[in-house]
Design a protein around this ligand. Sequence first.
Ligand SMILES: [Ca+2]
Ligand SMILES: [Ca+2]
Ligand SMILES: [Ca+2]
Ligand SMILES: [Ca+2]
Length: 538
Amino acid sequence: MKPSSLRAALAAAALTLLAAPVLAEDAPVVPGFVEETAEAGIDSVYSGEWEFMVGGGAATFDCNDDGYPDMLLAGGAGPARFYRNAGTMGGPLRFVVERSGLELDGVAGAYPLDVDSDGITDLVLLRVGENVAMRGRGECRFERANEAWGFDGGDAWSTAFAATWERGEQWPTFAVGNYIDRTQDAFPWGSCTDNWLHRPAAGDERRRFAAPVALKPSYCSLSMLFTDWGRVGTPALRVSNDREYYKGGQEQLWRLEPGLSPTLYRADDGWKPLRIWGMGIAGADLDADGYPEYFLTSMADNKLQSLVKPASTEAAARPTYADVAFARGVTAHRPYTGGEIKPSTAWHAQFEDVNNDGRMDLFVAKGNVSEMPDFAMKDPNNLLIQESDGRFREVGEEAGVASFRTSRGAALADFNLDGLLDLVVVNRGDKAQLWRNASRDAGRFVAVKLRQDGPNRDAAGAWIEVRRGKAVSRREITVGGGHAGGQSGWIHFGLGQSETAELRVLWPGGEEGMWQPVDADGFYIVERGRPPTPWKPR
Ligand SMILES: [Ca+2]
Ligand SMILES: [Ca+2]
Ligand SMILES: [Ca+2]
Ligand SMILES: [Ca+2]
């Protein structure tokens, strides 16, 4: 070996040595969760016969304004159970069962939002039977508001919900997804009932709902989401449908322009037919191009739809999606532990950054419909963490969340406000489960709540952007999606090792807030037109 090549070899070796620790740092931290179900006082069961084979949602929201997320777990045939958060910052998870007014039976799902924009979170309860809008009165007390708000709860088997504030309106628009006709229990195939759109009443009655209109055709929806898929400023309604029961159906996207009847995007608009056992929707801008990707849960392989971008920057996007689930490693189509090789059944899905490295991760709840023999019975929930190359890796077992119970709804929320997202999962015919995120070596975070005066106080439809150097993470504020349950409250961003970041809000209606500095490991309330206000837990 010539001296020059030796020098080169040594230099290369030195580079390798230098590179090794960098690579190790680049590998994502595997999160660690500790189950605290019993200690935290959680004992809720999603019970009931076949009318409760779907649903089983978890809703998280803060109903006593202390910043700590409280929750409602669907009870199915039994009463829904409300849990007030009694924890402390960084402490073990603690909840107390309290009478809230939400303890109705027949509840399949629940979504929190501030319907009347009085600053107190309300809830919509999806039921097998009449849906009920529950007005928050403060201190975690709720009262029925169907009559006061003109909300027709119907008498269907309701399984999906989404809400938006249409341009110029003071009152929200609800979409409610309905499942099969439950009187057709002997032969339910093809008996999908109509979904409903509840828009604000006109004229003097603007702060209540008009009579609902049917969204025809309807195909047994199990998840709906208002989302601005094409970044045009007007969210559309994405509907995921269960092919088990429809005839000639497909996934749907409804265009909803103020004052006009909703219309479906069709093949000549670029929408491609897709037939899945659609159970849940989770959106996130994974490739940082400004347009959300959508994870759609199903039986066997799940889908991850990525927008095929317009060829020129001037052209408007068409809703044409490519499935990138395989490329990204999120098909999650069969159990990864437990020994079964039959395909999985997936329900709630949620993107969140569970190890705070600045990359969104994905939780998926799994569980057999009841005893479908062609599908896995021991079907572990998934926790897929995103690696630096954008692919996801299953860590459910290592992270301690690989439950084999028959799961349905779930929520990732920071119940003890330590900056690490914790997990609650609702199980069919079995107790719900709660895990505290006790990850070591996780990155830093910032948590944000939006506020604006007037209607839509929590700014549904806004986008929050967080910038660290050149990297921008963004999240759309939505009401809907998941499987039969939603979250309101802190919006969480992992920051990796960054000590500071910049944040801006793109408010509903298009106003762009200014970039504002924020410190890592902080909670901020951002009011429209004002700089972020730091907030500290008790
Ligand atoms: Ca609270
Ligand atoms: Ca309210
Ligand atoms: Ca992550
Ligand atoms: Ca936590």
